[in-house]
Design a protein around this ligand. Structure first.
Ligand code: B3K
Ligand code: ZN
Length: 876
């Protein structure tokens, strides 16, 4: 396949200042008439052809300035329309009519149907599946859209911008016209038509603009959209307060659909959402679902400025809008909830998804320099690491200068299709600093490691920290330069007292931030009267790993005393990880796991410490997952041994603290109404992690079964079901609970996804049979991304022992399934396939099976570009 390169960027020869679209919707034969005002750029030769992108289009007619084009003046190929012999005038009007089939469109990009609702998904390159166009983000146009459909099938007709004229036609059809005054790239175009329920509300912006808000959902589900509406209004207010950004249209609409490739899409004034990120009620959604809805609603709304008003010059700049918008939604959630708990959740996510990506064959820079398929670059590196890079800019410059830089960004680039260079420049101009070394974060793939040594000299009262950074080679990048790494820190004295150094020598230290800029640098602190315990990387100030010579007792000291909860949690995690990894090796060697009492005591202290946030205590009790341990081991992974090691720790802790855990579990029971706020969620998360420990200690499913039956909300119900399946998979209690769940929610596919997930995650060899059986369930379909992700995605990316079976059957099944999915939905297939990116870290037997499965995919002719790209890079 063709490879696209960043350095090949060239502006278009033609502009399209105005785009008029006329849709005659029909399930199988939709007619799209596009009328484009085209302008030749100055200096472009008159014989330069106009080359428009297209994909799976049937061209009906083509006219210029009202005259049909002769056959020999244009060429149509599967992916483009090339028009020669254009008028000499600087501007002309091009009219193109195409026919498309929304019902047959199972790729879910372009115009398609989801449960009879017409909807669109155009990012990145879906608009070319609707009509021939200059489908690239730097081509901005003002859109006017007329949508016409059968009134009974589609009483609702939506597009971007503000509503205009509408009316009925005599043949049972009607139409609506929408006009979006803000020039936008084609990827932000959207259209929705169908029969949906709605909830409405209003928001008045700081400068007094009234905005009508609408959230459209399946009839009967309106009440489940209220939380999303609340999150939307909070997002609008927050963006005004924290970034000075107001909304800019008279309406803001959100539509929830049940067939969607990703989470949601920020189309101008008309966000289209996966219903998973809109619909929530206490009985159907967990606390995690609520937090996800709040974050995604905010994320898409924030794109209105970071993405839509200022868009990307080309797709290599994707992190310009995504990294920045993730950073904004993280800050929003931190303000809405507990900042520390939110930050720890982000760190966990980053380590679970981004670090492995950066350490494996799919590693790529935050701003990639080449791609074969852009859809494969909507990755956690571009999104999450991209957000961390923005966070580091704020850490380096300070909150106030960061805000100045953001203000300058909005002022200078509003209406632009911008680049990462533009973004960095506003911060250089706002601060007067040179950020050229910092900019390497956008270019160098891989997670830097910091090797840290300490030296305390009692005689001179100096404390020295020496840090050496290293970054391993990644695909296409054999050697790397040293980066600018901001390390937020503190020095702890007796009882955790914060020690303030009198002065610093060596590398740059500003306030509480060490600025590491050389490969190896020394930072010397004077006036330190006792040997301190250093707390490094507070707030997880940089996406790096650390190897330090802190002792187990230093780590335990930090876990008990650090005032920064992120480093506190990190210290505990490091302590547990070293035990869990060494025990995994012991178990693999046939020896029993050993647990020392100091860790057990420490976990107990944290669990029972009422001064701490309940959510934080739950995070501490949630010991590193099987995949966390696998990542720490890095090589020769045996998932069965890891599971053994982890279960041994949980059992030892449960047995030591059983009684007090039970008391706490009972105390935490809440009898009032459900509240999805941070406090309620924190309490439930602590109680539910205790349920797991207690069930392990009890050795029977009674307690979980009781909680399952008595729960008055989905968080507690799903947690109990999870314990039942994970710990007592074959018990009658588990079967009863699964049946009860199905009986209650069997008509609600979105809720049933939880039922698919929990079973796909059941540990051990039996999972594969279960997954095969569930694929035949009447609610299951490989045509629907949420169903597919719940069963196939959870199994392959979440079930360590079930998927990575020693006999390789999990991989074989997966390879066959990926091939089936690829024929329907290439994007989904490629995304799922990334579950195998860490195949080289397994022990030799599994590694060989994984290689065979990947090779069996690669050997198939006619793979999609998406899957071909992932499988070849994974094997390379
Ligand atoms: N911008 C979209 C993602 C589009 C993915 C296309 N394959 C959602 C978001 O990041 O907000
Ligand atoms: Zn986004």
């Amino acid at each position: 396949g063709q490879v696209f390169h960043l350095e090949d960027y060239k502006p278009t020869d033609f502009l399209i200042p105005e785009t008029h679209l006329d849709f005659r919707l029909h399930p199988e034969r939709t007619i799209v008439k596009s009328t484009l005002k085209i302008e030749r750029r100055e200096g472009v030769a008159l014989d330069t052809p106009l080359i428009l992108d297209g994909d799976e289009l049937k061209l009906e007619s083509i006219c210029i300035d009202g005259v049909a084009l002769g056959d020999n003046t244009y060429v149509v190929t599967p992916d483009r329309l090339e028009i020669r012999g254009l008028p000499e005038a600087e501007t002309f009007t091009l009219e193109i009519t195409t026919e498309i089939n929304p019902t047959a469109n199972r790729q879910l990009t372009g115009l398609y149907r989801s449960s009879n609702v017409y909807c669109t998904q155009c990012e990145a390159e879906g608009f070319r599946r609707i009509t021939y166009y200059l489908d690239r983000p730097d081509l901005l146009s003002v859109y006017t859209v007329r949508v016409e459909a059968e009134t009974s099938a589609a009483p609702l007709l939506l597009s971007n911008g503000n509503p205009g004229e509408k009316g009925t036609l005599d043949d049972g059809r009607h139409f609506a016209i929408w006009h979006d005054p803000h020039p936008k790239p084609a990827y932000l175009f959207a259209l929705v038509a169908g029969d949906l329920g709605v909830i409405t509300d209003t928001f008045t912006t700081a400068s007094g603009r009234p905005v009508n808000l609408g959230i459209y959902v399946e009839h009967g589900k309106e009440s489940r959209a209220l939380y999303a509406m609340d999150a939307l209004k909070r997002s609008m207010a927050w963006d005004e307060e924290k970034f000075g950004r107001e909304y800019d249209l008279d309406v803001f609409n959100i539509v929830a659909v049940s067939d969607f490739n990703m989470g949601a899409m920020e189309n101008k004034g008309l966000n289209v959402f996966n219903d998973k990120y809109v619909l929530a009620e206490p009985d159907t959604a967990t606390d995690v679902d609520y937090a996800g809805i709040e974050a995604v609603i905010a994320h898409e709304y924030f794109h209105n400025w970071t993405g839509n008003r200022i868009t990307c010059r080309d797709w290599f700049q994707l992190c310009l809008k995504e990294g920045l918008t993730v950073y904004r939604d993280h800050e929003f959630s931190a303000d809405m909830r507990s900042r520390a708990v939110k930050r720890i959740a982000e760190v966990k996510g980053l380590k679970a998804h981004q670090f492995p990506e950066d350490a494996g064959p799919l590693a790529h820079p935050v701003r990639p320099r080449q791609f074969r398929e852009i859809n494969n670059f909507y990755t956690s590196t571009v999104y999450e690491k991209g957000s961390e890079v923005v966070r580091m800019i704020r850490t380096i410059l300070g909150a106030e200068t960061f805000r100045k830089g953001m203000d300058l960004y909005f002022e200078r680039h509003d209406g632009d299709a911008a680049t990462i260079e533009d973004f960095i420049k506003v911060f250089e101009d706002a601060s007067g600093e040179d950020l050229s070394q910092f900019a390497l974060w956008y270019d160098q793939a891989g997670t830097p490691n910091l090797a840290i040594t300490y030296d305390y000299d009692q005689a001179t009262k100096t404390f020295e920290i020496e840090i050496e950074q290293s970054l391993k080679p990644t695909p296409g990048q054999p050697s790397k330069k040293p980066m600018h790494i901001p390390i937020q820190f503190g020095l702890l004295g007796t009882k955790g007292r914060e020690i303030r150094p009198r002065a610093t020598k060596g590398g740059l230290v500003k306030d509480d931030v060490i600025h590491l800029r050389k490969r190896k640098e020394r930072f010397t602190f004077s006036g330190i009267t006792e040997r301190p315990v250093p707390s490094l990387l507070r707030g997880f100030s940089a996406p790096v790993t650390m190897t330090s010579e802190l002792t187990r007792s230093d780590l335990a000291f930090l876990a008990r005393n650090d005032r920064d909860e992120v480093t506190r949690w990190q210290a505990l995690t490091q302590l547990l990880n070293s035990k869990l990894t060494s025990n995994s090796k012991r178990v693999r060697g046939g020896k029993p796991a050993t647990i020392e009492s100091s860790s057990i005591r420490l976990l107990g202290e944290l669990a029972f410490n009422n001064a701490l946030d309940e959510a934080f205590r739950a995070l501490c009790l949630n010991v590193p997952s099987e995949s966390d341990i696998a990542r720490e081991l890095g090589a020769n992974i045996d998932p069965e041994a890891i599971l053994g090691s982890r279960d041994a720790l949980i059992l030892a802790v449960a047995e030591a603290h059983g009684e007090k855990f039970e008391q706490l579990y009972n105390e935490l029971e809440h009898h009032g109404a459900f509240n999805p706020d941070a406090a309620g969620a924190g309490r439930r998360s602590l109680r539910n992690v205790l349920l797991d420990y207690l069930s392990v200690a009890d050795g029977n499913p009674k307690r979980a079964s009781k909680q399952f039956k008595q729960a008055n909300n989905m968080t507690d119900r799903a947690a109990a079901l999870n314990v039942l399946v994970q710990r007592f998979g074959t018990s009658t209690a588990t079967n009863d609970a699964l049946q009860a769940f199905e009986a209650r929610y069997g008509n609600d596919a979105l809720v049933m996804d939880k039922w698919f997930v929990v079973q796909a995650m059941q540990p051990g060899e039996s999972a594969l049979g279960k997954v095969n059986e569930l694929m035949k369930h009447q609610l299951f379909s490989l045509d629907n991304p949420n169903r597919t992700r719940s069963l196939i995605g959870a199994f392959s990316s979440g079930n360590q022992t079930g998927f990575n079976r020693a006999d390789g059957k999990g991989y074989q099944f997966f390879a066959e399934t990926i091939l089936t999915i690829d024929k329907k939905n290439a994007q989904l297939a490629a995304r799922l396939l990334t579950a195998m990116r860490s195949w080289r870290s397994f022990e030799p037997e599994r590694r060989e099976h994984a290689r065979e499965a990947l090779a069996s995919i690669a050997s198939v002719a006619g793979l999609s570009t998406d899957v071909r790209d992932i499988v070849e890079r994974t094997l390379a």
